[in-house]
Design a protein around this ligand. Structure first.
Ligand SMILES: *Cc1c(COP(=O)(O)O)cnc(C)c1O
Length: 360
């Protein structure tokens, strides 16, 4: 069986280092907001050539706290891609803001800048750009729109650790960039975790307060905060994982390259362009008989996934909240299939998937 993902196998090369780190934290007796979190925050900020990084409890919290720190008036509108993962939309709703869905580009699966501009009203305050599947959004026109309409840019980088647009890394564009370290992400912890990257001291201070009960000084509360902290053990594991992020990304790119080269043209493959350095959090193809294809592969011992089966606007939780038709999002959700592309897969695994797929 070729599994879609195997997290034990993926992490096995790092187990000795993890055990050492775990033992250090255990012996230190310090489990929340200590030296390991500071060390990881410093390293991840350096990795992104950024000034500030604040560890938080999850990717969802990273987006939610970033929006919170902007202090937009209740009911303000935030533009978000119609085919994003639900977390992006939840972060807007948790701030009493209004998600406005812009359709993606059918070739890149990322938000279409022309659609963003059509969605702008006098209430629009921000664009939440999601770098989906490990490919950066087309940033030049998005940055132009932010400037022209005076909008805040927040990046959802949960799927794009290390992805680049014109040589600039995802996470370097926005006022805030939100990362998730959910175990399956390119930079995955051994549990939940997230981080926010920002450029100004004031924003850093605001986020640091928000993640820790609104406090900078123990038992003194400046604002109404949350409990959303990256813990020491996960931060320690992440310092190990970060050293191998480039290696993990390169491996995934190599596997994706095999699909690009050898999969027959019946499958709609991801678009690749020299301006974009993609890190393939997910390698997706589209096919009109997606469900039959998935079954065909499963019968031949190949597991695949669907990211995602149902558009956000069709989710039960969004009834009465999101109106309108999003045909491109639906089209993607109906035809997309995610193929094995993990650090735990070998080139031989992928060649076997290709050979099987080409018989479909
Ligand atoms: C995974 C993911 C999130 C949420 O991250 P968690 O750490 O699971 O909260 C947000 N946005 C996108 C695009 C994601 O893929």
């Amino acid at each position: 069986m070729i599994e879609y993902e195997n997290l034990a196998k993926l992490n096995a090369p790092f187990n000795l280092e993890f055990e050492q780190q775990f033992s250090n934290v255990l012996q230190s007796g310090w489990f929340i907001l200590g030296s390991k979190v500071r060390e990881f925050e410093r390293q991840f900020a350096d990795y992104l050539k950024s000034k500030y990084c604040i560890g938080v409890a999850s990717g969802l919290d990273a987006i939610t706290l970033s929006l919170h720190a902007c202090r937009f008036e209740r009911g303000s509108e935030v533009i978000v891609p119609s085919n994003t993962y639900i977390a992006t939309i939840l972060s807007i709703l948790h701030n009493d803001l209004k998600p406005v869905l812009a359709e993606p580009d059918i070739n890149s699966y990322n938000i279409n800048p022309a659609e963003i501009e059509r969605c702008i009203t006098s209430k629009t305050k921000a664009i939440l750009a999601v770098h989906l599947y490990g490919k950066c959004c087309e940033m030049d026109p998005i940055l132009d729109i932010c400037k022209k309409y005076n909008l805040v840019l927040i990046e959802d980088c949960a799927q794009s650790h290390g992805a680049k647009y014109k040589g600039i890394q995802s996470g370097q564009f926005g006022r805030f960039a939100a990362f998730s370290f959910y175990p399956t992400k390119n930079l995955g912890a051994l549990g939940d975790g997230g981080a926010i990257i920002c450029k100004s001291y004031d924003d850093e201070l605001a986020i640091k307060r928000l993640r820790n009960y609104g406090s900078d000084k123990k038992y003194y509360n400046e604002v109404i905060g949350f409990n959303s902290r990256l813990d020491e053990v996960q931060a320690a594991f992440l310092t190990v994982k970060l050293k191998y992020l480039e290696k993990i990304n390169q491996h995934k790119r190599k596997l994706a390259g095999l699909y690009q080269q050898y999969l027959k043209e019946d499958f709609i493959k991801p678009e690749m362009h020299p301006d974009f350095y993609d890190v393939f959090h997910i390698y997706t193809v589209r096919h009109p008989q997606r469900d039959q294809l998935k079954q065909f592969l499963l019968k031949r011992e190949i597991q695949t996934e669907i990211h995602y089966p149902l558009s956000p606007h069709r989710q039960k939780a969004m009834q009465g909240i999101i109106q309108g038709e999003y045909p491109l999002s639906d089209e993607i959700h109906q035809t997309t299939l995610s193929l094995p592309v993990s650090f735990s897969h070998s080139e031989d695994d992928i060649l076997k998937v290709i050979e099987t797929m080409n018989r479909f």
